[in-house]
Design a protein around this ligand. Sequence first.
Ligand code: IDC
Length: 479
Amino acid sequence: MSQRIRATALLAAATLAMAGIGTIASTSAQAATGCKVDYAISSQWGGGFGANVTVTNLGDPLTSWTVGWTFTSGQKLTQAWNATATQTGSTVSARDVGYNGALRTGGTASFGFNASWSGSNPVPAQFTVNGVACTGSAGTSTPTPTQTPTQTPTPTPTTTTTPPPPTGTTPLAINGQLKVCGVNLCNQYGKPIQLRGVSTHGLQWFPACYNTTSLNTLANDWKADVLRIAMYVNEDGYVTNPAGFTAKVNDLVDQAESRGMYSIIDFHTLTPGDPNANLQNAKTFFANVAARNSAKKNVIYEIANEPNGVSWDQIRTYANQVIPIIRAADPDAVIIVGTRGWSSLGVSNGSSSAEIVANPIAFSNIMYTFHFYAASHYDNYRNEVRNAASKLPIFVTEFGTTSATGGGTVDIGSSTTWLDLLDSLKISYVNWTYSDADESSAAFKPGTCSGSSYGTGQLTQSGQFVRSRIMTADSFPTS
Ligand code: IDC
């Protein structure tokens, strides 16, 4: 049996740029830094113990590493392997031994040590890597003093056990941890499900729309399964205040969870269309939110809203760098990858899903984004979704009942055809937007969010239609 602690942290730095006459203040991400340390006591006997430590790099590539922690006064290092470890007072530092110093993003290195102890033998509460604190999703545990080195470790089960029946009736309580199986989104019982819900508008523009009353209405009256948290990156979003927007996203994850809803953390890239332009921001942001939310079952990560003006290869390059950062901190979450041509599976750029099928993302538990606006996108897009749905796991993380501008005529006929198609294919969908923006795609009339009611009297034509589609009974098989 081993005692284990995980500590995860990320330190994001922003610099102030000063240029020319006057002052221009802007944020720009420096090299992303972050770390996770797993510390496992492998054996413990009267007065001594052995431990294995694994460090995971959640930031940019490192050429060397030093892990630091604090021992209690009774704990004394005696020997280390695969690291050069020293102890000064109660401060321990363990440095790589050359060959294991290089750590790519998401990469790990392990070392071990023996030490003596007296009094008690706690697991250190905190670690640093190259001076950066690893804090975050820590689970603490205290070693059992009666453990002896002769004890045989309990074998890790190799087969997955069926989870017990749900103990609640919310979408989250029934479905639990989601997983991609084949081309479907599946619940904890391995059964395909469809989630239906809404997207926020830009958090920078409509913060007033996401409050206790509006979110209660969404969960209890609309009976939504999922809330997409649209965090614009540019357009006055994340880059203007990384810590503030990260905190806002985390708060909405909690708000969704407490109401039994899933949440999609949407890194809402729009302009520039090449997600690689925001690679450092994405690494910093996702290292943070994945570490903070790793123990939750209601989080889905959407790593790039609408890539545009870029090839599928460039999107893959981006995804291949961001996915390991999320996986290092939150290994079991579903990750959704944006597609070419504003997440049209390539169609809006004269391409198709064939480029994805030929060259998919080489990670498991991945879905691909499709977006549509019912008054702009008709049969040729539907045919592509029908065709792709038998080959790729697809998630409609954004659709509008209107034109792609977010305004114009609400096309109920086309919207109905679209949602009937998605229902028949069990493809999950999320409506743009649950807001009172002064545009026809918004679900509420302008001014709603400065009042106190989100009732049916406040709904727009689009809001009435979308609510009527989302509130119908779900089908969530449990056996
Ligand atoms: C639109 C908003 C609009 C805002 C604009 C900013 O509805 O109020 O001024 O963004 O550029 C998308 C994007 C989404 C767009 C939406 C409607 O993901 O950000 O929101 N849309 O244009 N893709 C297709 C349509």
